[in-house]
Design a protein around this ligand. Structure first.
Ligand code: GFB
Length: 310
C-alpha cells in the first residue's frame, strides 16, 4: 500500500529535526494533504487527547517522528524523562492508529537500541542479544518497546505498522544547545564560536576514539518515504550510510569546514558512550534505497543553515 499525492498524512513531531525533514521532503514530492499539529495544541503523552485527535482527523498514513531526543549528557542526566515521554508517545500514537484504522504507520527509533558490545556492522537481528549502553538505556528501552509494539499490532491485528532505526542524525533544524545536543551540531557551534572569538582551543568530550555513523536528515526523510511506499515486513529496518568516522576525525572535518585555526582539547571527564555503532544497511540496500548526501556536503549545508539562523 503506497501513498497518493492526496493521502491524508500525519507527521507527529513536525517541529523537530526528523519531523520537519519528512514534511520538507513530502512537500517537495507534492504531497498536499499533510496534518501538522504543534506540541502546544496536542500533547502526545495524553492518551485521551491523542485518541480524540485521531477520531476527528482520521489520518491514513502516520510518520511517528515525535520523540524526546538529546545527546549523551542529556540522556545520562534525565533517564526518567527520556523513558516516560518516549514510551507514552509510542503507546498513545500506535494504539490510536490501531483504533482508528490507520492504513500504515512508520515508527522511528534509533541505533542505540542495539547491545553495547554488538558485533559490527550491526544487523537488525542483533536486537535484544545483549546489554544496552548505560548512557542511553532509558531511551533505548522506550524505543525497543515502540518497535516491538508495531510488530505485536502487525502480528495480532494485521496492522501495517513498520519501524525504521536510523543512525545518528544531523541537519537543518538540529538542536545546537550545547547542554543537550548531539555531537555534530555541538561541534559546529563550538568551532564557529571559537573562530569568532579567536580562541586557541575547542573542547571535545571524551577521548575522541568512539566511532559514529552520521546520516543527513534529508536522506533519512527520503528513506522514510521510500519505506512507507515499499516495505511491509515485520522486522525493523536499519537506516544509515554504512560508513563511520571517529569523533576526533569528525572534529577535524568540522574544524576544517568552519575554518577554525586553533587546537582540539579532549575532556576525558566526559563520557565516550558506546564505542561503535555502525549499522549494517544491507536490508535497505536490497530494498533499493541508498543515501546520497556525503558527510562533508551535509556538514557544509548544516553549517550554512546554522550561520543563517543563529
Ligand atoms: O552525539 P552524542 O551526544 O551521542 O555523542 P551518542 C557522540 C560522541 O561524541 C560521544 C562525543 O563519544 C561524545 O562524548 N562528543 C565530543 C560530544 N564532543 C561532544 C560535544 O560537544 N557534545 C556531545 N553531545 N558529544 C546519543 C544517545 O548517543 O545519540 C541517544 O544518547 C541517541 O540515545 C543518539 O540514540 C543518536 O551517539 O553517544
Amino acid at each position: 500500500m503506497s501513498m497518493d499525492k492526496d493521502s491524508l498524512i500525519y507527521v507527529p513531531g513536525a517541529n523537530g529535526l526528523v519531523g520537519s525533514g519528512i514534511i520538507r521532503r513530502l512537500e517537495e514530492l507534492n504531497f498536499n494533504n499533510i496534518i501538522v499539529k504543534p506540541h502546544s495544541e496536542l500533547d502526545l503523552t495524553r492518551q485521551v487527547d491523542v485518541n480524540d485527535f485521531f477520531e476527528s482527523e482520521k489520518p491514513e498514513f502516520v510518520f511517528l517522528a515525535a520523540a524526546k531526543v538529546g545527546g549523551i549528557e542529556a540522556n545520562r542526566k534525565s533517564p526518567a524523562e527520556f523513558f516516560y515521554q518516549n514510551a507514552m508517545i509510542a503507546n498513545n500514537v500506535i494504539h490510536a492508529s490501531y483504533q482508528n484504522n490507520v492504513t500504515k504507520l512508520l515508527f522511528l527509533g534509533s541505533s542505540c537500541i542495539y547491545p553495547k558490545s554488538s558485533k559490527q556492522p550491526i544487523k537488525e537481528e542483533f536486537l535484544l542479544s545483549g546489554y544496552l549502553e548505560e548512557t542511553n538505556e532509558a531511551y533505548a528501552i522506550a524505543k525497543i518497546s515502540g518497535l516491538k509494539m508495531c510488530q505485536y499490532y502487525k502480528s495480532q491485528y494485521g496492522m501495517n505498522f513498520i519501524s525504521a532505526m536510523p543512525t545518528n542524525l544531523y541537519g537543518i533544524n538540529d538542536n545546537f544547545n550545547l547542554e543537550d545536543s548531539h555531537v555534530l551540531p555541538a561541534l559546529i557551534r563550538k568551532f564557529h564560536e571559537a573562530k569568532i572569538s579567536n580562541d586557541s582551543k575547542v573542547e571535545i568530550w571524551g577521548t575522541g576514539k568512539p566511532m559514529r555513523e552520521f546520516l543527513h536528515v534529508d536522506d533519512l526523510a527520503d528513506a522514510c518515504i521510500f519505506l512507507m511506499n515499499n516495505y511491509n515486513g515485520l522486522s525493523h529496518v536499519n537506516v544509515g550510510t554504512g560508513k563511520d568516522i571517529s569523533i576526533k576525525d569528525l572534529a577535524l572535518l568540522i574544524k576544517n569546514i568552519v575554518g577554525f585555526k586553533g587546537d582540539l582539547y579532549f575532556n576525558t571527564s566526559k563520557p565516550d558512550g558506546m564505542f561503535r555503532k555502525l549499522l549494517d544497511v544491507s536490508k535497505l540496500l536490497d530494498l533499493g534505497w541508498k543515501n546520497r548526501i556525503s558527510l562533508r556536503d551535509g556538514i557544509l549545508d548544516t553549517y550554512k543553515w546554522y550561520v543563517k539562523n543563529y
